[in-house]
Design a protein around this ligand. Sequence first.
Ligand code: GAL
Length: 830
Amino acid sequence: MNTPSRRHILASSAGLTLTALAAKQTQAAATPPGVAPTSSATSPRETARLDDGWRFHLGHASDPGRDFNFGADQSSFAKAGSWNWPQAPVAPYYNDADWNAVDLPHDWAIELPFVQPAYLDPNKDDERASHGYKPLGREYPDTSVGWYRHTFTLPPGDAGRRLSLEFEGVFRDCIVWVNGYRLTRNASGYAPFRVDFTDVANVGGLNAVTLRVDASEGEGWFYEGAGVYRHVWLVKTDPLHVPQWGTFVRSTVNGAAAAVALTTEVANDSDAACDCEVISTLFDPGGKPVGMARGALTVPPRGVASLDQQASLAAPKLWSIETPVLYRLETEIVSAGATTDHYTTTFGIRTIRFDPDQGVFVNGVHVKIKGTCNHQDHAGVGVAIPDRLQAWRIERLKQMGSNAYRTSHNPPAPALLDACDRLGMLVLDETRRMGSDAEALDELQSMVRRDRNRPSVFLWCIGNEEPQEVTASGGRIAETMKRLVNRLDGTRLITEAMDFGWGGPTGVSNVVDVMGFNYRPTAPTAYHAKFPTKPIILTETGSTVTTRGVYTRDPAHQFTSAYDVEAPPWAQTAEQWWPVCDAAPYSAGGFVWTGFDYRGEPTPFHKWPSVASYFGLMDSCGFAKDEFYYYKAWWDDAPQAHLLPHWTWPGREGKPIDVWCYANVDRVELFLNGKSLGMQPVVKDGHLAWSVPYVPGAIEAHGYRGDKLVVRERRETAADPAKISLVADRVKLAADNADLAVVTIAILDAHGRPAPEAANAVRLTTLGPGRLIGMGNGDPTSHEPDKTDTRRAFKGLAMGLVQARGGAGRIRIRAEADGLDSAEIVLTVG
Ligand code: GAL
């Protein structure tokens, strides 16, 4: 076991050793390999995703007459039995035939038009711009409220079971009725919540869930969407069961072995005390049982009890960024000879250590944090991101060499964390609202309980740029939040993303374990000199404002240039922050603002017609901007010599073009039409530049490591757009009505060269078991719809998201545009 020096900060404030652990909870009834068949076969737990077959209707935030009479005469449909009134949408037999059919995840904001406000106060920040110019808010009562309905039957066999609905996240202020009974109201747009509807269930018959979702009030300063944008689950259990997020696994790595500590909660929803046995079986990443603990527990009537268990693992396989191996805990509850629950928890075994002089260590190996901050929307779908697209976004970030993700500024969707666990991406998990009031603590609690078993989560973030970060109250709030996190977890440290007040006499910086810095490049150095025992991480850094494919700033059209030259006054370009951070061993690394462009915050123009940010290293579709390759050069080892710009400049003959190369090799030689323009040595964390008088043809970079030519990159002058190319990220999809392909639409000339200025409108059609769920092109000023089958290319590219739907078979995707040869690809489903 490592002996920490005094200045090593442990990933535990409860003295739990150097090890953090993790696990993601899933509640599955399927029999995993190696588990005795009795375990799951007899488990009464059933979990079903309620994604398909919802009905949706806009309501109204100020006119009860257009809000199904909700609020008329102060009524709130709160009275039990209001289902007798069939005109009420909460009634089980309400006729919702004229409501729109929708599937989850669903974001109705994405379908609203962009709206330019009639009047702007010149002395105020434009909040409309921040939120992406969608008509949401008190000024737009007719588009800010949505109603959802879903019906399902419960078989007679469900009598005696506990029945609940688990909501992963709804934006926002969601009232839930089941069978006409008002059950809960959840304000947060990001925190998960659940309702137990056992008492009002219609077992053996039809059940109706009705939701009123009010997105009038936002929580952030960015696009937040509207609606049931994450999954909803129907969960059925025995009265004696593991409650939601009721397992906690942590491990200590001791040399070649690991000690695993388990805490299992068991809830008893009956009137008699229950004696039970808790059988915990651990499975290694190959599915082999490798450890077991059994223990007895008595659970009081209508109460919850918990049991601590231990197991030890010889030669555990450790989770890391490169080898993200996952273990599984199967928890079986047995009472009076019968299995009453079977609960699956996925976790990983790894250690995390923060060192104030050297940064972060994973399993004792130093890791520089090469992170990105991200919001949670994507082109074509808004915040309603299907699970596969969550994973695709993480894959894209990994392709850039990134190893960490900050969930700015809210708890993310579970599917995103699943991808981070599975693919090897560290996560800075962030709560939405800093506060010590009951509501804020409840949100923090649900995030920590939900995510504390995940190996990817390496640090908790309790706030971002809060005005209270320097006040005495802010310090007390941070202490209360920290106390809660330590009680619920205790294996990870906390930070806050601060933009001032580090080391102040009062405030948050004295409370957090790891000092978070947003921007202000010189502040960490000064802080480290003064507070040498506190680890440092750049919670937000960068951020160059770039437009993909644009090489001259164009304020008239509100396009920035793709060169790494422009950052807002509070921020830095890539080359202003990364070399400094890279050279500072005490800096754990940083999170660039942002990995992907997002809707809202149209910095630097801050005004119509810009509707999206320019910060991304990728655009809103995930197409790489050139800056992606700056980071890839220095965050990834693969030899690279990325050239920018493109080489199609009609009318610029003879004029100098700034040619940059993002290379991580030793030397690069540049050629114009086969003639050498000279060799340049590569400077660490920098870029190479040539000024090249434009001649049509081709530029080409040759990159050498030692004497060996290891990489070549070429840009050719394109002729007029002539044809379309279609490429899907995967050609084989699962027939699960959820899997998805990301389809890149590129406009090429007759010789297959990318046409960098092409803006053709491309129409996509699908035939077979699939559907197009959205399109995008990455243009931050585009007001074209996302839910469409026709979208203009922006700088030669557009994107379509095609989802498997309706069983196995072949999806034929066809792309057509006036004046261009069409293209077709086929995906196999099943
Ligand atoms: C930061 C803030 C982010 C985003 C960014 C834009 O100060 O934390 O949410 O607004 O600025 O530069």
